[in-house]
Design a protein around this ligand. Structure first.
Ligand code: C2E
Ligand code: MG
Ligand code: MG
Length: 401
């Protein structure tokens, strides 16, 4: 029978510095490049035996000793990061925090001080928190907001396993959705799991969150997730968690994975359809209500600036990956015109125009919309028919992370 781990074992392990960090690489599915790693704690006993976190984290959480472990983990990350950063300065390191770490201000102060003291950049760290632990404490909100405002990304870890994922998602300042590995594994055997996974990726996109999929154990899963529009991948197929030195070697030897951002194209099409529907709904509402209020005061009014709507953000951002492919350059003009007509339509509707004018403008809007969709589909067909895997272009290195 296994010896039960006690709190005093954990205390002794910490004071003997027996906890170490292993780094599990993460890859951008948009560019195929390495984009970061998750720091995972392990307990290396004097005997050399490596104890996995699930054997001692639950006890550490129950006894509140987790806060000591997290402080230690963060301190170690700061030291390791200097080394990692000297090899590749574009990588982001995430670490796991427990809800208990946010019962008081200690961890938040430690992190904010490290950022202010320039020991680590805010944009280079991410905190992974599980949804369930957070429901316990209201003050967590204040600290997570502070960290988020300071430029640190907060990820909802283990999404898909909790009971109140959606409620928590809307309550906390998460900018990353990390889908649990069990959910990723379920995708191959269950149609429903696959549908839920796709819908979760879409939902995260609509909420302007990046999606990380963990537990990718084979190439097929990697490709399918890319097609769904998932942005970041982590799993044994890419690499198991590695001790620091091995992680550094991994960074140096890493060869980019295939980048096939077809999932982003699919998202762009859905974004456009949704934008158009919201615009027409808003026009009909304004026309029907007879109110002539300024558009800024109309709830749910779609973004009218063509560079700031979701499609525009994609086009001038991640979409640049496609700039040399057919369809990309044809998209800009109709998209600009679409916005011009959209604007005209809303102004006419709020001015109480005649129904004929409204219907004519909706018709014009639809014509431009068809041209936008045609261009996007031209791009999509090209990727399907030609070599579907694009090399990661140097110019968009930072895109996707
Ligand atoms: P997590 O945060 O969800 O971390 C991901 C876990 O999934 C890691 O297990 C990782 O090794 C494993 N994993 C990733 N890809 C694959 C894959 O393709 N196949 C398989 N079979 N497993 C994969 P690990 O390191 O055993 O950590 C387990 C959990 O322990 C973590 O889950 C996290 O909740 C907790 N944990 C780890 N380090 C810390 C820490 O420093 N602080 C706290 N509070 N919790 C930690
Ligand atoms: Mg995690
Ligand atoms: Mg997880």
């Amino acid at each position: 029978m296994k010896n039960r781990i006690t709190l005093s074992d954990l205390k002794a392990a910490l004071s003997n510095r027996e906890f170490e960090l292993h780094y599990q690489p993460k890859v951008s599915m948009v560019t195929g490049r390495l984009c970061g790693a998750e720091a995972l704690v392990r307990w290396r006993k004097n005997s050399g035996q490596l104890v996995p976190p699930m054997d001692f984290i639950p006890l550490a959480e129950e006894t509140n000793f987790i806060t000591e472990i997290t402080r230690y983990v963060f301190g170690k990350i700061v030291v390791d990061y200097a080394f990692i950063n000297s090899v590749d300065s574009s990588l982001t390191i995430s670490f796991n925090a427990s809800g208990r770490d946010f019962y008081n201000e200690n961890l938040t102060r430690l992190i904010v001080d490290a950022v202010n003291g320039r020991l680590i950049e805010a944009g280079s760290i991410e905190i992974e928190v599980t949804e369930t632990v957070l429901v316990e404490e209201k003050s967590a909100r204040r600290y997570l907001d502070e960290l988020s405002n300071c430029g640190i990304s907060i990820a909802m870890d283990d999404f898909g396993t909790g009971h109140s994922g959606l409620v928590e998602l809307s309550k906390w300042p998460f900018s990353i959705l990390k889908i649990d590995k069990k959910f990723i594994w379920g995708m191959t055997s269950s149609d429903k799991d696959r549908e839920i996974l796709q819908a979760s990726i879409r939902m995260a996109h609509q909420l302007n969150m990046d999606v990380v999929a963990e537990g990718i154990e084979d190439e097929e899963t990697f490709r399918v997730l890319q097609e769904y529009g998932c942005k970041i991948g982590q799993g044994f197929w890419i690499s198991k968690p590695l001790p620091l030195q091995e992680f550094i070697t991994f960074i140096k030897k890493f060869v980019n994975l295939p980048a096939m951002p077809i999932g982003l194209l699919y998202m762009a099409q859905l974004d456009h359809i949704q934008w158009k529907k919201t615009l027409i709904d808003t026009a009909l509402f304004l026309h029907g209500s007879g109110e002539n209020r300024p558009l800024e005061n109309v709830r749910g009014c779609p973004q009218l600036d063509h560079t700031r709507c979701k499609l525009g953000l994609w086009y001038y951002g991640e979409g640049v990956t496609f700039r040399d492919l057919p369809g990309y350059s044809q998209l800009e003009q109709p998209h600009r015109e679409l916005h011009r007509i959209g604007n005209e339509l809303l102004q006419a509707a709020r001015g109480g125009c005649a129904l004929e004018e409204l219907s004519l403008l909706i018709q014009k809007l639809s014509e431009k919309s068809i041209r936008v969709l045609e261009s996007l589909q031209l791009l999509e067909n090209y990727l399907h028919v030609n070599d579907r895997y694009l090399p990661a272009p140097a110019a968009v290195e930072s895109v996707g992370r």
